[in-house]
Design a protein around this ligand. Structure first.
Ligand code: AMP
Length: 423
């Protein structure tokens, strides 16, 4: 009887295993590379926080807070939640560590796991990873534009071509009250179910985010925030648009774009990929000038984004571009016998120390099985050593692409291989 595994990954979660896991890592690296180049400092916060941080920070009436949080009471009686997003925790950490008392702005980036109790589907999981970046302590629209350009450049560096930037301004607290009232007035005129009608009163902007087709259709003539922007908000938005255009980053304006978290003000954006079906956002973010005060902190305007790592990998697969991180090995060593194994172990160590990616067959595999493993490994060269080779102080270097083989002395093999690899 075949043994059944005792456990399976929890619903809506999965393992990243080789070789695809390398792509996940390469996606993270490409995102990190861009923000590091722009002076962002790395920050790490715990995977769980006090539940109240998210209720206050993300917003009580949002789907994330009402339906999607993994919340529990600890043995000690603390109410904690596995983080569903990164901005509120990073802002909490910045305030707690007094980063905002130093030179401003504070530019931070992070990378990690996030948890949302969502209905699982392609591209939507209960455990996923994001790379995020936040700029705290400035209202300068240059920071909004900088973040958008960095994300687009990360996607481009990965070879992705099909990502679109969708942009909106939600206005600041200067513009929002009049807009909120106009929207509420409009929504009150619609025939809405009880729950949605309650939302209209609590937080009418949330209704714009309702994905049901009948609601979206009813919203066709709803007032848009663009018509309510104060002169300062309008100038802010125009400057972001100008900077993006100058940086060669195309974007689309969508006056109906809202996002599932309440803290956004002014600039709001999403990175959308059309090869992904319904879960088309590979990343998104915006400005959140009031969030610090919501958390009980001082006024500390900020802007940031979070990029979905798995969805970006899915988008790369959908485009069919060569996947990053799949470079494989340079050398695969095949010893035939115990003595050969000892010799090649030393060669493999030296090659690795010289920066050559090297693997070696272990467990006394025969020539045929080991050569099959060498082919499968994607290595450029196989190094084969048998007893006769040891006697003649030789290593057989086989080019696995051309099939050509030549004998090289043990003392020459490392420089020979590194030279042929162009290292
Ligand atoms: P959000 O914090 O909702 O703005 O999410 C930012 C990005 O994280 C999204 O654009 C997605 O790429 C990714 N993301 C959000 N939720 C999920 C999820 N449940 N599963 C996978 N990726 C997600």
């Amino acid at each position: 009887m075949v043994n059944q595994p005792l456990f399976a990954a929890p619903k809506g979660t999965f393992d990243h295993v080789p070789p695809r896991a390398e792509t996940i890592l390469a996606v993270r690296d490409a995102m990190a590379e861009q923000v590091r180049r722009a002076g962002f400092g790395y920050i790490e916060t715990p995977s769980f926080e006090e539940t109240a941080l998210f209720v206050r920070g993300v917003g009580e009436s949002t789907d994330v807070v009402t339906k999607e949080m993994y919340s529990f009471t600890t043995k000690g009686g603390d109410d904690v939640t596995l983080r569903p997003e990164g901005t509120a925790p990073v802002l909490r950490a910045a305030l707690e560590n007094n980063l905002h008392r130093g030179a401003l702005p504070v530019k931070l980036w992070y990378s990690g796991s996030y948890y949302r109790y969502e209905r699982p589907q392609k591209g939507r999981y209960r455990h996923f990873s994001q790379v995020g970046a936040e700029v705290l302590g400035t209202e300068d629209p240059a920071s909004d534009a900088e973040l958008i350009v960095l994300a687009v450049d990360a996607y481009r560096a990965l070879g992705m071509t099909g990502v679109r930037v969708v942009l909106n301004s939600l206005g600041s607290e200067e513009s929002r009250p009049a807009y909120r009232e106009a929207l509420r007035e409009y929504l009150r005129g619609l025939d809405l179910d009880e729950q949605t009608a309650a939302r209209v009163e609590a937080n009418p902007l949330r209704v714009l985010d309702d994905k049901r087709p009948e609601i979206q259709a009813a919203l066709a003539d709803a007032p848009v925030v663009a018509d309510f922007l104060s002169p300062a908000d309008r100038t802010h938005h125009d400057t972001v648009c100008e900077l993006l255009a100058e940086a060669g980053v195309p974007f689309e304006q969508d006056p109906r774009l809202v996002r599932g978290l309440d803290y956004y003000t002014r600039t709001l954006f999403e990175f959308v990929h059309d090869g992904l079906g319904s879960q088309s956002a590979v990343g998104g973010g915006g400005r959140y000038d009031g969030l610090s005060e919501l958390l009980g902190g001082p006024r500390l305007p900020g802007v940031g984004w979070a990029l979905g790592v798995e969805r970006t990998a899915l988008a790369l697969e959908a485009e069919g571009v060569p996947l990053p991180g799949q470079n494989g090995l340079d050398v695969y060593a095949v010893p035939l016998g115990g003595e050969a194994s000892r010799h090649l172990f030393g060669v493999a160590t030296e090659l690795r120390r010289a920066g050559v990616r090297t693997d070696m067959a272990v467990g006394g595999r025969g020539l045929k099985g080991a050569m099959k493993a060498a082919d499968r490994s994607g290595a450029r060269f196989a190094l084969v050593v048998g007893e006769r080779d040891i006697a003649e102080d030789e290593v057989q270097v086989k080019d696995l692409r051309s099939g050509e083989q030549e004998a090289v002395s043990f003392s020459d093999v490392v420089p020979h291989v590194t030279r042929r690899l162009g290292h």
